[in-house]
Every structure is written in structure tokens, then in C-alpha cells.
Design a protein around this ligand. Structure first.
Ligand code: NAD
Ligand code: DAU
Length: 327
């Protein structure tokens, strides 16, 4: 199995299970600011190989895909705020990189699973029961989600035009160990742990559906085992929370006052609400999230960040400097 982006948050949580299930696993990762070789330090199998390289390098991708039976494609530029500041790396990695993978998969007749996001569908209104489904029209808001939408369209087109053996999953917001401190939950936790106040964009009314990374990866494994080729699966826990609720849950779990946060300028084009209908995954493949109680998953995540300050300390410094500079 070839895992792209295996040194990032979700990929690094996926790789140990993949090594146990498949034996020979190669990770291809460019080790951008978001990738960290330490995330895979516990993977010790002699059949495991780490290749530092770029999915925009077509020759390297062709070689590694040619040595594989299955590709699980996590690699991406993943942060919305960064994409608004500078969209260029998002086009290169998310669009051109995915194109390279598709061409290699086509040449070598290799099975592909493409990891994507519910953000491709745009925003839902607040306070309604509406949810994204596998047939919701694409309507991306940010450069990040537009490039992920582009990559999904490429995968669908390669499936229809060239008959490649591919599946796609679109997951809701993830949380758990090894998530980069630029993202909401680890940013807030590490801000409180370092004595500063969490920053909430706008009023904090925006809603996200929080899915534990292990539940995401369990769904990916089910799709690899028995998903229908050519199909898309939505993944989401059903645990919707406003950003204000998430912020106040973190403050409560860290024994701070519920109003110990600041409201700051809103994100441009900020999607109001994401929510998925994952009935297809649940009924066809039998997926059930193990982290059904968001607050206890959040408490475990806080413990992980508290116990692993060495892992995030330097990234926290550079990330907050980047946020402060508005880049
Ligand atoms: P991440 O930013 O933590 O990790 C991305 C990894 O990809 C890093 O290790 C990075 O070094 C690597 N990478 C970036 N550009 C590369 C390139 N050109 N070549 C090779 N490697 C490169 O991201 P994540 O949160 O783990 O997200 C993984 C995937 O899941 C992405 O495709 C993302 O769109 C999708 N996704 C994320 C979430 C979420 O909440 N984090 C939810 C749904 C879907
Ligand atoms: O829905 C899936 C997507 O979830 C993934 O595709 C993306 O890769 C992942 O980054 C995530 O995107 P979001 O933009 O939803 O995540 P982020 O953690 O950046 O922000 C979550 C919400 O919190 C969003 O409404 C913006 C807000 N926010 C974020 C930060 C970093 C704040 O209010 N304050 C902050 O400091």
C-alpha cells in the first residue's frame, strides 16, 4: 500500500493500522510545515518505508504507484486560512498532485482511495436539519475547498473515462492526536495551555460536525475492504457543535471561565454550517462511530496535547507568528 501524506494528522493515525493489515506500506510525504516524521516514530516494521517526496513530482509518483497494489491519497494542503492567504500551493498539491496520482494509477492499474472533505459542498443554513448527501451539488467557498472539489472531479472523471478502480470519501471535521496547532481544537487547547485566550472568528455561531480521526480511518478501511468501486461515501459522526460551544467545552475541561476567549475578525467566505448524512456508509458498510460522545473524545484529545507539549511547542510558536503576521 502507498499512503500519500502519511506524516500528516489523519495519515499518521491511519498508517499503524495499515501496516498491521497490509504488511508492506510505503508513505510518500513532502514533510511540509504540516508533516512531521515524528508522527510515525512508533511504526517500526521492517516492511515500512518512508519516502520524502512531492506528489507534484510525476516521475516519483509513477515509480511508487508502480510498486503498489493500493494507493490511499491523504496528501493535501489542508488549511482554509492558509489557502485564503496564498492559494498557489493548494493548486499545485491538491490539483496537480492528484492528477499525477490518477495518471500513475491509470498506467499501472492500481486501486485508489481518495480522501476528501465535506467542504466541497459549501455551506448549509444554521438551525435546519438539512445535511449534505452523496448527491449534493458541489459549491466550494474557499481556495482550499475549490481545489479539493477539483481533485474529486478529476477522480470521478478518471473513473468514468478510463475505468480506474477508485473510491472517494468526504469526511466532516476531524479531531484527535497529532492535529496541527493551526486548526481550531488544537489551537484553542494549546493557547489555553500556554496562557493565552482562544480566538473565535466572528460570533462563534458557525457549526462543524466533529468526527474523531480514528472513526474517519475506520470508515476508510471499510471502504477499502468493501466499498463499491466508482462510489462516493460521506463520513460524519452527527456531533454538530457551534464554535462557541467547542470553545466553551475546552475552557470548561481546562478549568477556565466560559467567557475567557476573544472574538476576532471573521474568516472571509466563512461557511456557516457543515453536516453530513452518512446513512450510506452506515447501512451499506456497517460503519458506526466509536466516539459518539464528542465531549469525552475532546477530553482525551486535551490530555494528549497536555502530555505531548514537546511535539507541538515549536509549531505553536511559528503558527501564532504566522497568524499574527496575517500570512
Ligand atoms: P495535514 O495538513 O495534517 O497533513 C497533510 C500531509 O500531506 C502532511 O504530512 C504534508 O507534509 C503532506 N503533503 C502536503 N503537500 C504534499 C505534497 N505536495 N506531496 C507530498 N505530501 C504532501 O492534513 P490532514 O488534516 O491530515 O488531512 C489529510 C486529508 O484529509 C486531506 O486530503 C484533507 O483534505 C482531508 N480531510 C481533512 C479533514 C480534517 O478535518 N483535517 C476532514 C476531511 C478531510
Ligand atoms: O470539514 C472538513 C474540513 O475541516 C477539512 O477539509 C479541513 O482540512 C479542516 O481544516 C477543517 O476545516 P475548517 O475550516 O472547518 O477547520 P478549522 O479548524 O480551520 O476551523 C474550524 C472552525 O473554527 C471554522 O468555523 C473556523 C473557526 N476558527 C478556526 C480557528 C483556527 C476559529 O473560530 N478560530 C480559530 O482560531
Amino acid at each position: 500500500m502507498l499512503v500519500t501524506g502519511g506524516a500528516g494528522f489523519i495519515g499518521a493515525n491511519f498508517v499503524p493500522g495499515a501496516v498491521a493489515a497490509y504488511g508492506r506500506v510505503t508513505v510518500l510525504d513532502a514533510l511540509t510545515y504540516a508533516g512531521d516524521r515524528r508522527n510515525l516514530a512508533a511504526v517500526s516494521s521492517s516492511d515500512f518505508e518512508f519516502v520524502e517526496g512531492d506528489i507534484a513530482d510525476a516521475a516519483l509518483v509513477d515509480k511508487l504507484v508502480g510498486q503498489s497494489d493500493i494507493v490511499v491519497h491523504f496528501a493535501a494542503e489542508s488549511h482554509v486560512d492558509n489557502s485564503i492567504g496564498d492559494p498557489a500551493p493548494f493548486i499545485r498539491t491538491n490539483v496537480v498532485g492528484t492528477f499525477n496520482i490518477l495518471e500513475a494509477v491509470r498506467r499501472h492499474d492500481v486501486r485508489l482511495h481518495h480522501i476528501s472533505t465535506d467542504e466541497v459542498f459549501g455551506a448549509l443554513p444554521l438551525d435546519t436539519g438539512t445535511r449534505f448527501t452523496e448527491s449534493t451539488r458541489y459549491d466550494p467557498s474557499s481556495p482550499y475547498s475549490a481545489t479539493k472539489a477539483s481533485s474529486d472531479h478529476l477522480v470521478r472523471a478518471w473513473t468514468r473515462s478510463y475505468g480506474i478502480a477508485a473510491t472517494i470519501s468526504n469526511c466532516a471535521n476531524n479531531y484527535g492526536p497529532y492535529q496541527h496547532v493551526e486548526k481550531l481544537i488544537p489551537r484553542h487547547i494549546t493557547s489555553v495551555l500556554t496562557g493565552s485566550r482562544p480566538k473565535v472568528y466572528g460570533t462563534g455561531a458557525n457549526v462543524r460536525e466533529w468526527t474523531h480521526v480514528d472513526d474517519h480511518n475506520a470508515a476508510v478501511q471499510l471502504i477499502l475492504d468493501s466499498g463499491r468501486l466508482g462510489d462516493t461515501y460521506l463520513i460524519g459522526s452527527g456531533q454538530e457543535r457551534s464554535n462557541k460551544q467547542v470553545t466553551q467545552a475546552i475552557l470548561r475541561l481546562l478549568d477556565r471561565s466560559p467567557d475567557a476567549y476573544d472574538q476576532v475578525a471573521d474568516r472571509p467566505g466563512h461557511d456557516l454550517r457543515y453536516a453530513t448524512d452518512s446513512t450510506k456508509l452506515r447501512t451499506e458498510l456497517g460503519w458506526t462511530p466509536q466516539y459518539e460522545d464528542f465531549e469525552s473524545g475532546l477530553a482525551q484529545t486535551i490530555t494528549w496535547y497536555r502530555d505531548n507539549a514537546v511535539w507541538w511547542h515549536e509549531a505553536k510558536r511559528t503558527t501564532e507568528a504566522r497568524y499574527a503576521a496575517g500570512t
